[in-house]
Design a protein around this ligand. Structure first.
Ligand SMILES: [Fe+2]
Ligand SMILES: [Fe+2]
Length: 181
């Protein structure tokens, strides 16, 4: 498999989630209460799948171009992509914080939750489009076949480590809770 094919496949799943978030936003605007299970799914999907699983691999991809001679336009595109990943991380951190507030019954949280989901829904489709139409094409222009093979191996290592780290945290937290009982 080509490393870019892997990223494209992930985009399809992210796009399905973004479409769902868009649909939920429509319902949410007229309500006073949020569907907490939907919010938890969004935080988990964007925080784990999109940020840790997908963006981290794209950042490995971006590193391959660090020392290549590239046009100012391509450099600007790469910086833009990285900035948008940072924005996504900030938004999901804010959503996690707001989820806590919602737990404590803060009435302001719903408006802020809607605003943050809107940020993601607004910029993400264009983010995906820029990557597919511009960023991923750089692979064919600048990477040697051996670099692509190496990149795919790095992606595999990343995914394996990421899953292990995620569940190490789950077990740590379960152990802490179990000690309290
Ligand atoms: Fe991205
Ligand atoms: Fe992407």
């Amino acid at each position: 498999m080509h490393p870019v094919s892997l990223l494209l496949k992930e985009h399809q799943l992210i796009d399905r989630m973004i479409q769902l978030m868009k649909k939920e936003l429509g319902k949410l605007r007229g309500q006073k209460k949020i569907d907490l299970s939907f919010l938890d799914t969004t935080i988990d999907f964007i925080g784990v799948y999109t940020d840790q699983y997908h963006h981290e691999k794209e950042e490995i991809f971006l590193k391959y171009f660090e020392f290549k001679k590239m046009s100012p336009d391509n450099r600007a595109l790469m910086q833009e992509i990285e900035k948008e990943h940072d924005l996504c991380r900030k938004v999901v951190d804010r959503l996690r914080g707001l989820r806590e507030q919602q737990n404590n019954g803060n009435p302001l949280a719903l408006k802020d939750i809607i605003q943050n989901i809107e940020i993601l829904v607004d910029f993400y489709p264009e983010h995906i489009s820029n990557e597919e139409k511009k960023l991923f094409r750089l692979s064919g222009d600048y990477l040697q076949r051996e670099e692509e093979v190496q990149l795919l191996n790095k992606f595999m290592e990343h995914d394996q480590e990421m899953l292990h780290k995620k569940y190490a945290v789950v077990v740590d937290e379960a152990e802490k809770k179990s000690k309290k009982i």
